[in-house]
Design a protein around this ligand. Structure first.
Ligand code: TYD
Ligand code: MG
Length: 454
């Protein structure tokens, strides 16, 4: 009698081994190996792009017929843009994000927009009952078209349903709840997630069903289950945001049909997610006027410039060790910049607590924020106000030099659009700038910034 073969998988990267290992040789993580039967091999046979798209023979590139990328526009511009201009027919998209961030809400809204256009959509939920989905749908608004709902986790039953319905768009919420009976591991385990994705991949490619798969994110910020999942799908989107703030960002991290530089900005409201058409305006809401320690910087999120307010508070410390805190930006970077200021500007902040904050709940780790942090710290330290019509950006090096940043032109244009008049920026970028009604001030060293904070 044939013995069922047992294999071990790394839960983080999907590395496969015949025996249990304490440390994964592929991703160097400890204690990540889990046992899973290897029986599923036969199931995944023939699954994949090769079986359905090619004719098993090498073909010259010029002879490959060009089928037009059929894209389905949802009408939610932020969403379409992140996908690269709409939903590609037969694409497999993974939507990852923290629990409660709004993945189900986003996809249900997409369902509404699609069914309103009379697209056939099947929404399969393994997490919520039909009643719960109905309640959410009520909040979002009135559905004009008919959406097909199915609350099921057994893949064999789901496969039948998909065959019967043949939807144009399929939503799976979430992949961690799906299970195949002949794989004896628990739902959410490496082998189950892998096999379920393979099934949906087959459907997407053979029948041209555009599929969205919801995936949960682990504490480390990766989609739970193996990384294999990310390799199998065409597009990976992450839905992220601060649990305290209402804004949400949809970010593409892999896209076979478009750029990964796009982001979509949303706001969570009472009746679902609303698109934020002007993120800069949204981020600058409530910015104080005429206060020290506050400055506007232009940061790039992918190819999108967003104006953000950077704040600093410098005050005398009551302890032996001064406190340094940073919110929304890198703590070590703030310490480094303050050290540069002490050495190059000759100001001593050894007896000061320093708090740096990027307002609005956004996380910015871009070096272009350096100069704004320095300006904000200096402004708070000296108690001097930075002009409200001014924006500041630039990277700062250890000798206090101001270095060039990428996409300076877009940043300046965005500031101009938002009505700013002056821009302090790296001199290198300033030289190559052609058209602008703004007053551009190029600086080469942080010493020069003192002249503009009066
Ligand atoms: P949900 O889509 O269930 O998150 P996920 O599927 O990513 O786990 O979103 C749940 C959160 O969104 C919940 O905390 C309530 C909030 N929410 C709103 O604020 N407004 C709404 O209209 C809806 C539907 C949800
Ligand atoms: Mg959900």
């Amino acid at each position: 009698m044939a013995k069922t073969k047992i294999a071990f998988f790394c839960k983080e990267c999907g590395f496969e081994s015949n025996k249990w290992l304490g440390k994964c040789p592929a991703c160097n993580q400890w204690d990540t190996f889990a046992e899973a039967p290897r029986a599923a091999k036969k199931v995944s046979k023939g699954v994949g792009v090769s079986s359905s798209f090619t004719n098993n023979e090498p073909l010259e590139l010029s002879k490959v017929s060009m089928t037009e990328n059929e894209r389905l526009k949802t009408g939610m511009r932020e969403f379409d843009r992140v996908l690269g201009g709409g939903i590609v027919k037969g694409s497999l998209v993974l939507v990852g994000g923290d629990p409660g961030i709004g993945k189900s809400t986003l996809l249900l809204q997409i369902c509404k927009l699609l069914t309103d256009q009379e697209v056939k959509v099947l929404y399969i939920s393994g997490e919520e009952s039909l009643h719960q989905i109905k309640m959410r749908a009520e909040r979002i608004g009135k559905f004009k078209g008919e959406l097909l709902l199915y609350s099921e986790t057994n893949l064999d039953i789901i496969e039948e349903a998909i065959h019967k319905v043949k939807p144009a768009v399929l939503i799976i919420d979430s992949i961690q709840t799906m299970f195949k009976e002949d794989v004896s591991a628990a739902p959410g385990s490496v082998s189950q997630v892998r096999e379920s994705t393979a099934v949906f991949l087959k459907f997407a490619k053979t029948f041209g069903i555009s599929t969205f798969i919801v995936g949960h994110v682990t504490k480390e910020g990766m989609v739970a289950g193996p990384r294999v999942l990310e390799h199998m799908v065409d597009t990976v989107l992450y839905f992220e945001g601060d649990s305290g703030a209402a804004y949400r960002m949809l970010r593409g991290v892999k896209n076979r049909f478009g750029s990964t530089n796009e982001i979509g900005v949303f706001e969570m409201r009472q009746n679902g997610l609303a698109e934020v058409k002007n993120p800069s305006e949204y981020m600058l809401q409530g910015k104080p006027k005429g206060q020290s320690g506050s400055v506007v910087c232009c940061s790039m999120e992918g190819t999108r410039p967003i104006l953000i307010e950077t704040q600093a508070l410098i005050c005398r410390t009551n302890f032996n060790m001064p406190r340094r805190t940073s919110a929304g930006t890198d703590y070590n970077r703030v310490n480094l910049l303050m050290a540069v200021m002490e050495k190059r500007l000759g100001i001593s902040m050894a007896e000061c607590d320093a708090y740096v904050n990027v307002a609005g709940g956004m996380k910015v780790t871009e070096p272009a924020l350096d100069l704004a942090i320095i300006a904000a710290v200096l402004s708070s330290y000296r108690n001097l106000v930075i002009d409200d019509g001014m924006i500041i950006f630039g990277e700062v090096g250890l000798t206090g030099e101001v270095r060039a940043v990428s996409m300076a032109e877009q940043r300046v244009l965005e500031a101009e659009k938002m009505g700013y008049e002056t821009c302090i920026m790296p001199a290198v970028n300033c030289k190559s700038m052609k058209t602008s009604h703004m007053k551009l001030i190029g600086i080469t060293n942080i010493k020069e910034i003192i002249n503009y904070i009066k």
